[in-house]
Design a protein around this ligand. Structure first.
Ligand code: GYE
Length: 332
């Protein structure tokens, strides 16, 4: 109660009623009216725990570099753990950070569900959580902010591009990301939302390639065994799986990008190279360079400043036509 009255006061004086304040925690209890008395924390005063989910893709590699390099440049003390694509490891990482009493935790939840217990533990310990890249299906007061993309919109963009490429008629196979992850769930749903109005755009099969190149290749090879040349298009939830699919299509004796059109998500360098080679038809951007925004948010949180509940990334779409011109400007 006390906290919400204080928040209301803060929201009114900062004019930020749409923003959120950090959840109940020992540190929020200190929010008072004596602003001048508290010394503001700087980047160098912060200890940040970061629970990364793995190293499954080009996107993830760029994301990890962005977090580590930004921490280094700002002088933040970063404790970084890689969960190697296992939720139990990620939960363990959060528990370690709680024991270490870090100031704030960043986490990119591998899947959407199963977080309430450990997030509650962080909340009880007064350690705020920022969701980075992927959302978790938890009540809003379990985290201070979500920094990341609009995955539903990425799925919609991919469907619009695919419909144009295929003139409204296609037999599509879909390479889904990690089952239960926010980007896989939303890229799946957003794609279908658009295709609903195109009865001749058929999704003939849909399987998970776990966001990796190796699995993308395997699943595509199995699709080709099953459906052969009746497949006219591939929708891959990330570039790595598309690159794996390209290899499978070539090994099968067909031309990726021509016999079978391919649209994927991420806009990583590998996708630009494939577009230059004429093997990929489009990639929808998903920005992994979240380090600067993450630490900016984290500092605001430890200084008890209000922040938005969702900080979306701005994203584009890229095609082969100008891929060689754009490739040198890409940072991942
Ligand atoms: O698209 C994929 C990665 O969560 C947005 O995870 C991220 C996704 C990204 O493995 O390449």
């Amino acid at each position: 109660m006390k906290i919400s009255r204080i928040f209301l006061f803060l929201a009114i004086i900062t004019g930020c009623l749409g923003c959120t304040q950090i959840p109940d925690s020992p540190s929020t209890q200190q929010i008072g009216f004596n602003f001048g008395a508290k010394t503001e924390k700087k980047y160098e005063d912060m200890i940040v725990g970061y629970a990364q989910l793995g190293a499954e893709s080009e996107w993830r590699a760029a994301n990890t570099i962005s977090i580590k390099e930004t921490a280094d440049n700002l002088g933040v003390e970063l404790r970084f753990l890689d969960a190697q694509q296992k939720q139990e490891n990620q939960i363990e990482a959060v528990r370690k950070f709680i024991i270490q009493k870090v100031d704030i935790i960043g986490i990119s939840p591998i899947v959407e569900t199963g977080w309430e217990e450990v997030f509650q533990e962080a909340k009880d310990a007064g350690i705020p959580i920022i969701l980075v890249d992927r959302r978790a299906a938890v009540p809003e007061d379990f985290y201070v902010s979500y920094l990341g993309s609009d995955f539903l919109e990425e799925g919609r963009k991919a469907a619009r591009i695919m419909t144009e490429l295929m003139d409204g008629k296609a037999n599509i196979v879909e390479l889904v990301g990690t089952i239960g992850s926010a980007p896989a769930n939303d890229r799946y749903a957003g794609f279908r939302e658009i295709l609903e109005t195109y009865p001749e755009m058929q999704i003939i099969d849909s399987q998970s390639g776990d966001f990796t190149r190796a699995r993308g290749k395997e699943v595509m090879a199995a699709f080709l065994q099953k459906y052969g040349g009746t497949i006219t298009a591939v929708y891959a939830h990330n570039d790595d799986m598309a690159l794996g699919a390209i290899q499978a299509i070539e090994e099968y004796g067909l031309k990726p990008g021509k016999d079978i059109k391919i649209v994927s998500v991420d806009a990583a360098r590998g996708a630009f190279e494939a577009m230059i080679d004429g093997k990929l038809n489009a990639t929808v951007e998903c920005n992994p360079l979240l380090g600067p925004q993450f630490f900016d948010l984290a500092l605001k949180v430890v200084n008890e400043q209000p922040i938005p509940k969702w900080v979306p990334s701005i994203e584009d779409v890229f095609f082969p036509e100008n891929a060689s011109e754009i490739l040198p400007t890409r940072k991942y």
